[in-house]
Design a protein around this ligand. Structure first.
Ligand code: PLP
Length: 217
């Protein structure tokens, strides 16, 4: 079951400042369809396999986002249709996306994932890697990549100050890169999930990736 009231309230909270990306992982096709029927079009999965399966059974006008770690050997299977890849966490992955996007003659929208959380298990770039990629991008190395912004996950913590500091850190890096690129398309900050999206909004989130809050158990 979907939590329709919650969905509508979140949309109200976001207004025109940020977009809701509905994370459909673990949810049934019926529930995803119910959310679609009340107007949601942006959906996200964290695994390539589920993304491929769900896409087959759901309406074609859904914009699919991949938000989880992507292995280079799986890039090929999604580049033809995916709307945005949120979790680019290495130069190697970006190069693989560039190669496949070039073959298909399309521009691929990507976000660079930053590692800011305390958990070592979380993926993402550090600051040095980030600016290496930005330099290559500015040199023209990735003609089929549209860098749309940055993504990050905060530490899973009840301590709001930890989460807030981490989002502030990504926001500062985002502003710095935005200045350097001076490119209108670099405008998305994908931070915030069910437990911390309100904190993310205070730090300039333009996309929140919310799953569990939208669905009733
Ligand atoms: C699962 C997931 C989310 C959504 O998590 P909820 O807590 O269910 O809102 C957001 N981002 C990523 C990368 C995820 O894997």
């Amino acid at each position: 079951m979907i939590d329709k009231d919650r969905y509508i309230n979140i949309l109200k909270e976001l207004g025109s400042n940020a977009k809701l990306i509905a994370v459909s992982k673990y949810q049934s096709l019926e529930d995803i369809r119910a959310l679609y029927d009340i107007g949601q079009r942006d959906f996200a999965e964290n695994r390539v396999q589920s993304l491929l399966e769900r896409r087959e059974s759901l309406p074609e006008d859904i914009r699919w986002h991949l938000i989880g770690h992507l292995q280079t050997n799986k890039v090929k299977s999604i580049v033809s249709f995916v709307s945005m890849i949120h979790a680019v966490d290495s130069q190697k992955l970006l190069e693989a996306i560039q190669a496949e996007a070039a073959k298909m003659n399309r521009q691929m929208n990507v976000l660079l994932q930053m590692h800011v959380a305390r958990e070592e298990t979380k993926f993402g770039l550090d600051e040095t890697e980030l600016f290496e990629i930005i330099a290559l991008y500015q040199k023209g190395n990735y003609p089929n990549i549209q860098l749309c912004g940055m993504m990050g996950m905060a530490t899973n913590s009840d301590d709001e100050s930890i989460v807030s500091n981490e989002f502030a850190h990504i926001q500062a890096l985002f502003s710095k890169v935005k200045m350097q690129l001076n490119n209108e398309a670099f405008c998305e900050l994908s931070i915030g999930m069910s437990g911390d999206y309100r904190i993310a909004l205070k730090h300039g989130a333009t996309m929140i990736r919310v799953g569990s809050l939208l669905f009733l158990k």
